[in-house]
Design a protein around this ligand. Structure first.
Ligand code: MLT
Length: 203
């Protein structure tokens, strides 16, 4: 997959896997990553699907309606990419933390839903429930930060809460941060994610 890799100053700090929103690319979240964990290595990936020229991580049939077959396929593809990138760059695969926004948060959540060994933790900005009716793997103590907007029409609050319940039910420790805005990623939300990250991973 097309990506940017930036080595980190601290090899013990979690590697951030940066996953952009619809229409974004592998450069978009590098600034956010630097704010969340300045000393971490960054692996920032571009989604392979194009929707009217806009990169995404999986196809959708309409806004908020996912192409589940493609989602499952792309989730496996991302997993394989992360495994290979860890080997290529000499990274600890068990020390990767996802940082995703919108469509990128959704593929990160999908990977967490499908794979036992997905991420050490995750920062999900404005995620949705990637799939329903699935038995989640056990996620004992997995730290997850969810940033959400009370007026987000793309990821409505009830869906945020549903995701929180599903992840917590599998054992994850979910912190939910609300903004009184819509789907946009605000600087206060990014700062809250950075504060959570420092508290959680002692970076
Ligand atoms: C998605 O398709 O993943 C969500 O609707 C978020 C978006 O990318 O707009």
């Amino acid at each position: 997959m097309i990506h940017v890799y930036q080595a980190g100053k601290n090899s013990q700090a979690p590697v951030l896997v940066l996953l952009h929103g619809t229409g974004g690319n592998e450069h978009d979240l590098l600034g956010l990553g630097a704010m969340i964990s300045p000393d971490s290595a960054m692996l920032s990936v571009r989604g392979k699907v194009l929707e009217n020229g806009m990169p995404r991580f999986f196809r959708r049939l309409a806004e908020g309606v996912f192409d589940e077959e493609d989602l499952v396929f792309r989730t496996g593809e991302l997993k394989a990419f992360l495994d290979a990138a860890a080997a290529e760059y000499g990274l600890d695969r068990s020390n990767m933390v996802a940082v995703g926004y919108s469509n990128g948060a959704n593929i990160a959540a999908s990977l967490i839903f499908h794979e036992q060994e997905s991420f050490r933790g995750a920062v999900l900005h404005h995620p949705m429930v990637p799939r329903r009716g699935l038995q989640l793997p056990e996620l004992p103590g997995m730290p997850v930060f969810i940033g959400a907007g009370r007026n987000d029409r793309i990821c409505p609050p009830h869906e945020t809460e549903e995701l929180q319940v599903l992840l917590s039910g599998a054992g994850a420790e979910v912190e939910l941060h609300w903004e009184n805005f819509g789907h946009q990623l605000t600087s206060t939300e990014a700062q809250a994610a950075a504060d959570w990250f420092k508290r959680t991973f002692n970076t």
